[in-house]
Design a protein around this ligand. Structure first.
Ligand code: BG6
Length: 472
């Protein structure tokens, strides 16, 4: 057995991390635009520090990013040269509806993505579109409170109806919300949630999560109605949580932590809130704001496939002393693993475990839509980078996914590595945390020519794709 013949090899990006052009052609302001670089980034992403507009003291890396908005033809040509079968990108909601609550969409924004999708097809690249990758129009946050407000479901519904209609025949693979569980970890970045002092955070978070889950099911419904061949998936920030030891307390802690993440996919894939979550939320005093019809919508419109990002496994222990902060997920350091320069532990075997855990649980096709190594690259005078460390990381992860497919029988649709072209880091706002096969000349302060050049991994990945994952 090997990877399926139509295995979707490719790479992934997100609008706010690569497009730039934040105020061009009618685009409105989004939460992701106003997240600054520097020490205030985390408080803002967490929803603890109010930053609803730009100020003069901060640098906002998403404003210009790598300016893919004006360079997408060159970038897609390079993806084509690598032999990409798919390119995962996201729609900036504020290009389509600048404020989020308009009656009519912005034609310039719609046209931009239409041209981009056509450009992909020129090279035989199938677009894989994330409808929202962390972005929410600022106007919906300031006027309505973001996803805490049920009205957001209607605004999202309008957005997806426009997208599915306009891009029928151009896009087949869709993801409703990027890393939907990120709402628990980075609520402002993940879902535009800002918490007022004294606000019940659990209640606000799970209210917003419920609205996203209903919106996601509605998107699945509408997408299938408009084009029954559409394949609509959910997206999880995955990475199996291991027990730190065989202490039954650690084992249970790991089990529960895994379930906190699976909860979202349980709803999106099985169509109902799992009992364990309902009981847990009840104990926390959280009330899920169900309205009539929600249960049916969730039940009847489950996803076609499950996509996820995988960077690392995690560890859980009952011993509080072992806890480290991690920069997004609090975790316990696993003594058996090495880590990247940013402390993300490297665990290819964990990808096989994660694939199996998800497949056992849901029995639906899976799609790895993010994986990769964020590292400091040192280009020579021509912009060439000898990134053997990146090749090693990816080789081991591709081997692990090969095992999951060939030895364990996991049904895997494809693999898109994260940040196939260098872009702005979501967690740190840096450019120096690079993932790409293509180097982009830009530094953390936004200086540089934006010139693109191929790294050593470019040719390596090209061969991986050409051999359908056999020559690695
Ligand atoms: C995922 C996100 O969490 O991880 C991406 O979906 C993000 O947007 C990626 O860029 C890698 O994280 P970082 O912080 O290294 O950019």
């Amino acid at each position: 057995m090997a990877f399926r013949k139509d295995f979707l090899w490719g790479g992934a990006t997100a609008a706010n991390q690569c497009e730039g052009a934040y105020n061009v052609d009618g685009r409105g302001l989004a939460n992701v635009d106003v997240i600054p670089h520097g020490k205030d980034r985390f408080p803002v992403m967490l929803g603890n520090m109010k930053m609803f507009d730009f100020d003069d003291e901060h640098f906002y890396p998403a404003q210009n990013a790598i300016d893919m908005y004006h360079n997408y033809k060159e970038d897609i040509a390079l993806f084509g040269e690598m032999g990409f079968k798919t390119y995962r990108l996201s729609i900036a909601w504020t290009r389509i509806f600048p404020n989020g609550d308009e009656d009519e969409p912005n034609e310039a924004g719609l046209k931009f993505y239409e041209d981009l999708f056509k450009e992909c097809h020129k090279y035989g690249i199938e677009p894989l579109v994330t409808i929202t990758h962390f972005d929410c129009p600022m106007h919906l946050i300031t006027e309505y409170g973001g996803w805490k407000n049920r009205k957001l479901i209607g605004f999202y519904e309008k957005l997806v109806r426009v997208l599915f209609t306009r891009y029928k025949g151009l896009v087949k693979y869709w993801l409703t919300f990027n890393e939907i569980n990120m709402i628990l970890h980075l609520p402002f970045m993940g879902a535009g949630l800002y918490f007022e002092e004294g606000e019940n955070r659990d209640q606000a978070t799970y209210t917003a999560a419920h609205h996203e889950l209903v919106a996601s099911a509605l998107a699945t419904k509408i997408g299938h109605e408009i084009d029954p061949t559409n394949m609509i998936g959910c997206m999880l920030a995955a990475g199996e949580v291991y027990p730190y030891s065989c202490n039954p307390g650690d084992v249970w802690k790991a089990y529960e932590t895994n379930r906190d993440n699976y909860f979202f996919i349980d709803v999106q894939s099985r169509g109902e809130y799992p009992k364990y979550a309902l009981l847990d939320l009840e104990r926390k005093g959280v009330k899920i704001p169900f309205v009539e019809g929600d249960e049916e919508i969730l039940k009847e419109h489950t996803v076609d496939f499950i996509s996820f990002s995988y960077y690392s496994s995690k560890c859980a222990s009952v011993d509080e002393k072992l806890k480290t902060d991690g920069n997004v997920f609090a975790s316990v350091k696993n003594p058996y693993l090495k880590a990247s320069e940013w402390g993300w532990q490297i665990d290819p075997q964990g990808l096989r475990t994660t694939l199996n855990a998800l497949y056992d649980r849901y029995q639906k096709p899976l799609f790895i839509v993010e994986n990769g190594l964020g590292a400091v690259d040192k280009p020579d005078a021509n912009g060439y980078v000898e990134d053997d460390y990146r090749i090693d990381y990816m080789r081991e992860h591709i081997k692990a996914m090969h095992d999951a497919v060939t030895l364990d029988g996991v049904d895997l649709l494809g693999y898109t590595s994260w940040g196939c072209i260098d872009l702005v880091s979501a967690s740190t706002g840096e450019m120096s945390k690079r993932y790409g096969f293509i180097y982009v000349d830009r530094d953390d302060a936004g200086n540089g020519t934006l010139k693109r050049s191929k790294k050593k991994s470019f040719d390596w990945y090209k061969e991986v794709i050409a051999s359908n994952g056999e020559n690695i």
